[in-house]
Design a protein around this ligand. Structure first.
Ligand code: MN
Length: 738
């Protein structure tokens, strides 16, 4: 790749600036910045071996080519002094002014976070969010950053290969889309081709070769067509410039890869641009061309009447030449042409004699670039909440990949990603319009809310007060913005529902206490309740009451525990316990339960049916009246207050071939096929199911599934429970305990 403007100096920048800035004070600012940078960076060199100043000269030069104002060009010279020369923002503000210092500081902040590649998405996203927020505040920051990146890309050959790939990948992911969105296609195209070269050299050369082999032939065809059109337009006394243009390699590659086109199927390889004076001239020229050449249907695009969201305006048509060759023709005014090349920079090109106001310009950009407003809005909303990667996904998807342009009845153009629906549109118009949307009229016809919108559609949203977003919408909306808004709404509702659940839990418990003759006021005391949370495996009041409401906690058991003051222990059993505890024999015989009582050869043992321990659970033996030892899980509430009757037991590690029956309780938002999905998970892990019961609370739409399954051990059980938790709409998975 050839490097552009290789040998330019400070004077070249000053000369370039003088073509559009004449005010001596303004020129002095630029010159001062150049000299200051030259002095501060003295003795610093780039990897290429060149003085560091060369980089700054180039960045300032590109900014001057974009016709940026004196302060922006100055910031181009100064953009690395904070980072590389240890100059503070205050020093810079004193030497120049607050505005320049602000721009340089913002550029520096973006630069200090380094792109670490796709493997570190959160970090990368956080970095990119910074870039976008900076851009939403002052677009000049991003102009400097883009020019900085462009020059770094032009000189990327001096970097080690790993850095080349990393920098090129970031440029293609982040900077090229920004340039595109700001309409600066000159920079976007150059960045893309440079990235293409470093990321996929083989394909790059392949396409460059394809372009090269037929070049002479294509050039001849284009210049023949140019002559014909020129003659025709001259005869009609029109003023115009006409020239052939070539597509940049990356866009050819993209068409071949993304649209599965062969090289010879790409229709706009033979391309002609006509630049004229007025909008009316554009349509006139189009008329003459269509009168003479056959246009290909469906290829006429009027971006003058309907500009692209990055302000691009032009007429596009594709025509068939005399010998059957296909040409793409673009027709536009000079003003449109410069905006097509330099976008934001052209539209807000520096105008002498007017008072520059960054805030006013920023506001104008928001008004003019439809997407910029959304995007500034995301930056505000999302910087306060939500993860950086969520924010990035939203931007990337909703803003950068938007390619369907639709309109409000008032003619406001809104850009959406392909596949977007009226709901996406509604949320883009306003959150409340989205929330209360009940219908959509597209081009005068009422359509279903999941209809895919097409470019040019005019959409009117019908709303009704008091309606709410439906969870079903999540199935078909395309923008992350709509998804997030719907989810937030549903979550908020869920929280409200939760507080209703707590009320319900309290009511159930109060009723139970009253029914059994206890005073709820005395027992429903938070301190008293806290003491028994651990018996039900909950940690908070909210979880406890929620558990009662969804019936995973039985208020009868709670009442018993709350009101039982003393554990009743019979004396004769105490003696038995002491006798057992004092034995020291360590020999044991495996029992059919697979459980050993250390120190005892044989003992009548059974597994407790309340908590159903499985191999690997911490366990305790409970000495019953006449039924030997019942083995409970150590945390089983039924043995919590009976320390004296407990003995140590342990699993027999030599007897692990058996399976254990145990119960799990699944709480989920009720939906179709919930049980089927849960059973599928369980069968995947080869756990036989002995019992299944389901209970739906229709009022709260909560399902409770109780399953008795057979597992090998606690690990097996935990794996199954963990996988059930992943099933859609499942809220909680617990082990049962009666
Ligand atoms: Mn730099």
């Amino acid at each position: 790749m050839k490097e552009k403007n290789k040998d330019i100096g400070i004077n070249d920048v000053l000369l370039e600036v003088r073509t559009y800035i004449h005010n001596e004070d303004s020129l002095k600012i630029v010159e001062h910045a150049a000299n200051y940078a030259s002095e501060k960076h003295a003795g610093q060199f780039r990897r290429s071996g060149e003085p560091y100043l060369i980089h700054l000269i180039n960045v300032a030069y590109i900014l001057a080519q974009l016709r940026c104002g004196p302060k922006t060009v100055a910031a181009g010279f100064l953009h690395d002094v904070i980072e590389d020369c240890g100059i503070t923002k205050e020093e810079l503000a004193n030497e120049f002014d607050e505005e320049i210092a602000d721009i340089v500081e913002a550029v520096t902040k973006i630069g200090t976070l380094r792109y670490k590649g796709k493997d570190d998405p959160e970090y990368q996203a956080a970095n990119h969010r910074k870039i976008f927020i900076a851009m939403a505040k002052d677009v000049r920051v991003i102009l400097v950053k883009l020019c900085d990146r462009l020059h770094n890309m032009r000189t990327l050959e001096y970097q080690p290969e790993a850095s080349q790939k990393r920098i090129a990948a970031e440029t293609l992911d982040v900077y090229a889309p920004i340039a595109h969105r700001l309409g600066i296609s000159a920079i976007k195209n150059e960045l893309e081709d440079l990235c293409f070269y470093y990321l996929n050299r083989e394909e790059y050369h392949h396409i460059a070769h394809l372009v090269e082999i037929k070049k002479v032939e294509r050039d001849a065809a284009v210049s023949h067509m140019i002559d014909e059109i020129s003659d025709m337009l001259h005869q009609n006394h029109l003023q115009f410039r006409i020239f052939g243009r070539s597509k940049h390699l990356y866009s050819i590659y993209n068409k071949m890869v993304k649209k599965h086109k062969r090289f010879d199927q790409i229709l706009d390889l033979l391309a002609i641009r006509i630049v004229t004076q007025t909008e009316l001239n554009c349509y006139e020229i189009l008329g003459y061309i269509h009168a003479k050449y056959k246009p290909i249907p469906g290829r006429l695009k009027d971006y003058i009447a309907m500009p692209k969201p990055n302000m691009y305006q032009s007429l596009h048509t594709t025509i068939i030449g005399d010998d059957g060759k296909i040409f793409e023709v673009q027709i536009r005014t000079e003003e449109m042409d410069s905006i097509a090349e330099n976008g934001v920079a052209a539209h807000w090109r520096y105008k002498e004699g007017t008072n520059y106001n960054a805030k006013v310009e920023q506001k104008e950009i928001e008004d003019k670039l439809g997407w910029f407003k959304n995007f500034a809005l995301y930056s505000e909303e999302e910087s306060a909440s939500g993860s950086a990667s969520e924010y990035m996904a939203t931007l990337q998807h909703d803003v950068f990949e938007a390619n369907v342009y639709v309109m409000t009845p008032m003619g406001r153009v809104i850009d959406l990603p392909s596949g977007a629906t009226p709901i996406d549109f509604a949320y883009r118009v306003h959150t409340d319009v989205g929330h209360t949307c009940v219908g959509a009229v597209v081009n005068g016809v009422m359509v279903p809310l999941n209809t895919e919108l097409k470019t040019g559609d005019v959409i009117e949203i019908k709303t009704r007060k008091g309606t709410e977003p439906s969870e079903d919408w999540l199935q078909f909306v395309k923008t992350n913005q709509a998804k997030n808004k719907i989810r937030n709404f549903l979550q908020k509702k869920e929280t409200e529902k939760r507080s209703e659940m707590i009320d319900l839990g309290e009511k159930y418990l109060r009723d139970e206490l009253t029914r059994r003759g206890f005073d709820p006021k005395e027992y429903m005391d938070k301190k008293k309740l806290e003491n028994i949370y651990h018996d039900f495996q909950v940690g908070t009041y909210v979880d406890f009451m929620y558990g009662i409401a969804v019936k995973s906690i039985n208020p009868t058991v709670v009442t018993e525990k709350l009101t039982r003051q003393k554990a009743r222990v019979a004396n004769f059993e105490e003696q038995a316990i002491n006798r057992i505890a004092n034995r020291e024999n360590v020999k044991h015989t495996p029992t059919k339960t697979g459980i050993i009582v250390p120190g005892i050869d044989s003992m009548k043992m059974s597994i407790a049916q309340c908590c159903m321990p499985v191999y690997g659970d911490p366990i305790k033996g409970f000495i019953t009246k006449g039924e030997g030892v019942k083995v409970h899980r150590a945390m089983c509430p039924n043995i919590a207050h009976t320390n004296a009757r407990l003995i140590d037991v342990k699993w027999d590690d030599d007897n692990t071939d058996r399976t254990y029956e145990t119960e799990i309780i699944i709480t989920a938002r009720d939906r179709q096929f919930l049980a089927t999905d849960v059973l599928t998970v369980i069968s995947q892990f080869k756990a036989p199911i002995d019992k299944l019961s389901a209970d739906v609370n229709h009022e709260l739409l909560i399902s409770t599934l109780r399953l008795t399954i057979r597992v090998r051990d606690v690990e097996h059980l935990n794996t199954i429970m963990a996988n059930i938790r992943k099933v859609d709409s499942v809220v909680e998975v617990d082990r049962g305990c009666h």
